[in-house]
Structures are given as C-alpha cells and as structure tokens.
Design a protein around this ligand. Structure first.
Ligand SMILES: [Zn+2]
Length: 275
C-alpha cells in the first residue's frame, strides 16, 4: 500500500479513537491525550496488527471502567487504589509504554508497517498489551467481587479492597478473559495457535507478576486525616500529601504496571529466541 495513504489512515484512526476517549472522559487533557496519541501512532507505524490489539485494550478498558462504576465495592477500590477514572500521561505510559518500546525496536529491525506475523518483537509487543488488558480487566471485574480479597502470597491473609497484591477468584477470571480477548483477536487474523497460546499465558502471567510486585515493592501511605491506608498521594478523599508507610517510595502503581507488562513481553521474546 502507498505509504502516504497508510500514514493518513493512521492519523485518522488515532484521531477517531482519541475523540472517543475524550468523549468518554478516559484521558486527561493535555498529558493523557498527547501521550496516548504518541503511543498509538508509533504502534500503528510499527504494526497495524499491534495497533488493533492496543485499541481492543483501550476501548474495552474504557467501557469496563464505566461499567457498574457506582457499585459500592468498586467505589471502595477507587478510593484506596491509585487508579481508575481519567488516565494522565504517566498512566498512559504505564499501560502502553512497554508496547511502545517494543514498537520502536520493531520499526528499527523491520521498518514501517510490518505485516510479518513471525517477528518475536511483534509477539512481545502484543503480549505486553495482553498483560495490561489482563491487569485492567482483573481490577475492573475483580472489584465487583462479593468475597474479600486475599494476599496473592498468602491465601489466608485478607487484604483491603483495592490493595495491590490482593486477589479474588473473580479477579483471576477477569485477568484470564482480558488476556484471552487479545490472544483471540490475534488468532482470528494469523491462525497461529501456538503464538496465541503464548499471548494468553504470558499476558495472564503478567497480571500475576503485577500482583506480586504490588505486594513486595509498591508504595503504600497512611492518611492521618482520614485514618485510612491508601496507595494515593495526594489522597483523593481529602487532598493531603502523604509520606510512604510501606514499599519503595517511587514505585507506584504506574511503575508496577509498566514493569509487569514489560517483563511479560520480554519473557515471550526470549522464549521465541530460544526455541
Ligand atoms: Zn485522606
């Protein structure tokens, strides 16, 4: 296809999706909007198939975030956790940054608009998107769970709703569905069962890594004003800027999300090279 036509299509498609995101209030302006435009357009230039996966992640997450958003359990999760609602530039890079990096390497090694479905880098890119989808879906679906979450490292230890590292059966189900939808869309286009299996397994594994990192490394605060633990600073309920009470100070939810999706993509990349 003519390169000018492809680039124009990329601009047009990204603008339509960007407009949808702004209308649904899923991105802040300007940082969230421009970060999403850079990530979306770069991935489109690298591989339209990778871009399709990114859009399935983005549109489904936007819809799921609004789904039953007034459910009391879900509200409880959002007042505790550092996520939900409008995504700013940092949150866009937390979820799309690793696929952005794989996209840059894909452009360097294969040029623009790669339609090669055999590239390990493309599989790494799509797997990192599957991991982000699994993590977002597990949060959105898991937050509706009626049973209390437990620590992923100790099933007998109850944790607060929304606390990183907390898991529920419904959350695991959400993570599996999330990575499956990315793998299924890949399968329908490539008919490659083996690679689709890698995407679903390593995408799911990414959400497990996310939970484990969330427990061992992610920063947590105590708000003396509200007398509540939280992963937000400033605290969304009262606006107080808080000091870390647990975890590594700069390792917030964005850093954990980025690492988990990057590691799942990297593992698939290494696996393909070894096989
Ligand atoms: Zn507070």
């Amino acid at each position: 296809m003519d390169i000018i036509f492809q680039v124009s299509m990329g601009v047009l498609l990204n603008l339509i999706i960007g407009g949808f995101a702004m209308q649904r209030r899923s991105l802040t302006y300007p940082s969230g909007f421009f970060a999403a435009a850079v990530v979306g357009f770069t991935i489109y230039l690298a591989s339209p198939l990778g871009w399709l996966s990114l859009m399935i992640f983005f549109v489904s997450s936007t819809i799921l975030t609004k789904f039953k958003s007034s459910d009391p359990h879900k509200t409880e999760v959002y007042t505790f956790a550092a996520k939900g609602g409008e995504r700013d530039g940092f949150q866009v890079f937390a979820n799309g940054g690793s696929s952005f990096i794989f996209a840059i390497f894909l452009i360097i090694s294969k040029g623009l608009f790669s339609y090669s479905f055999t590239s390990a880098l493309l599989l790494a890119l799509i797997t990192s998107i599957a991991a982000s989808t699994a993590d977002t879906w597990s949060t959105e679906i898991g937050s509706l769970s009626k049973s209390e979450p437990v620590s992923i490292l100790n099933p007998r230890k109850k944790v607060l709703r929304g606390e990183s590292g907390g898991v529920t059966i419904l959350g695991f189900f959400g993570a599996f569905l999330g990575s499956s939808i990315i793998a299924l869309s890949y399968l329908l286009i490539t008919f490659n069962w083996t690679q689709a299996f890698y995407i679903v397994s390593f995408g799911f594994l990414g959400s497990i890594i996310d939970s484990i990192l969330g427990i061992i490394a992610q920063v947590q605060y105590y708000c003396p004003t509200c007398e509540k633990y939280t992963e937000q600073s400033p605290h969304s309920r009262c606006g107080t800027i808080l000091k870390a009470s647990k975890g590594i100070p700069f390792v917030n939810n964005d850093v954990v999300n980025f690492l988990a999706s990057f590691l799942s993509g990297l593992m698939v990349y290494i696996l393909i090279l070894l096989l």
